[in-house]
Design a protein around this ligand. Structure first.
Ligand code: SF4
Ligand code: SF4
Ligand code: SF4
Length: 277
């Protein structure tokens, strides 16, 4: 069966258990024919990048776990000069055969996601195998198993694609056109956030209906404030103007016009709603 993975960035608590589990699985352990052991000097084959966006005091930290994208149209396979060295298994994972690799680094240079690192003890290129040895035994990859926050969803490709569609997940850097099998929910994007509160009590206002409209195109995003009164609209357009309209039972409607999205994470701060008299 062919696998794919969905990563929910918003759930990551930056505990690094996935990185540690990956190192633990591979340093000093060999899983032929998929992988030789990695050195403890090599970076783990999954890394959690902390990306800060916004302006003080409204700063958002995104934690993005990155690993090999197990590309459908993998540049690393295309450039490898050794026949049969870089290939795909029946699980859809891309493997660099440690017995055939000559350490020429062509794959490292070709990978747009920087997912391959070099083992200078063995003179070979290495990367995430999607824990092939574990998948073959019906077990979860080490990082997936170790994550305490339910960030990873690994399953049969069509199920993951369906979930990705339902949750508005995106591939990382789709412009590379390599067909990544890893989908992300909550990647940094041009976004507009705010916190809706009662003007008198300053309590959070949950479940308010919010419409965010692009002033130029008329494109509209509809959402509701969450239990803490927060709103977040993602994948908007940079340097374009938007208007925001809030409607909530018991409160006067409110419109904020001419909001220019000049940075990646735009936060309107507290938005106060007045009760209907
Ligand atoms: S992310 Fe890089 S290493 Fe992984 S399959 Fe794609 S090109 Fe190959
Ligand atoms: S799937 Fe396995 S090899 Fe890949 S990052 Fe996770 S633990 Fe490491
Ligand atoms: S184990 Fe899960 S919660 Fe912890 S850093 Fe990795 S992805 Fe984030």
């Amino acid at each position: 069966m062919k696998y794919a993975m969905l990563i929910d960035v918003s759930r990551c608590s930056i505990c690094y258990s996935c990185e540690m589990a990956c190192k633990d699985e591979y340093v000093g352990n060999v899983y032929p024919p998929f992988s030789y052991s990695q050195t403890d000097r090599q970076p783990a084959w999954i890394s959690v990048s902390e990306i800060e966006k916004g302006k003080y005091p409204h700063v958002k930290v995104y934690a993005v776990p990155k690993l090999c994208m197990q590309c459908e149209d993998a540049p690393c396979i295309k450039v490898c000069p050794v026949p049969g060295c870089a290939y795909k298994t029946d699980t859809g994972a891309v493997i660099l055969d440690p017995e055939k690799c000559t350490g020429c680094k062509a794959c490292m240079k070709a990978c747009p996601y920087d997912a391959i690192n070099f083992n200078d003890d063995k003179n070979i290129c290495q990367k995430c195998t999607l824990c092939q040895h574990k998948l073959k035994e019906g077990k979860l990859p080490a990082c997936v198993d170790a994550c305490p926050s339910g960030v990873f969803f690994l399953d049969e490709e069509s199920k993951v694609k369906e979930m990705a569609k339902k949750r508005g997940a995106r591939q990382m850097n789709p412009e590379y056109k390599t067909g990544p099998k890893i989908y992300y929910v909550g990647l940094p994007s041009i976004s507009l956030a705010g916190h809706i509160i009662d003007a008198h009590s300053l309590m959070d206002v949950a479940d308010a209906d919010v419409a965010i409209t692009n002033s130029k195109t008329g494109e509209k995003v509809a959402l509701k404030s969450n239990q803490s009164g927060n709103i977040l609209a993602t994948y908007l357009k940079q340097d374009e103007k938007y208007s925001l309209e809030i409607k909530c039972k018991g409160y006067r409607s409110k419109t904020i016009a001419d909001i220019r999205l000049d940075i990646e994470y735009n936060h309107l701060g507290n938005i106060k709603l007045d009760k209907v008299a």
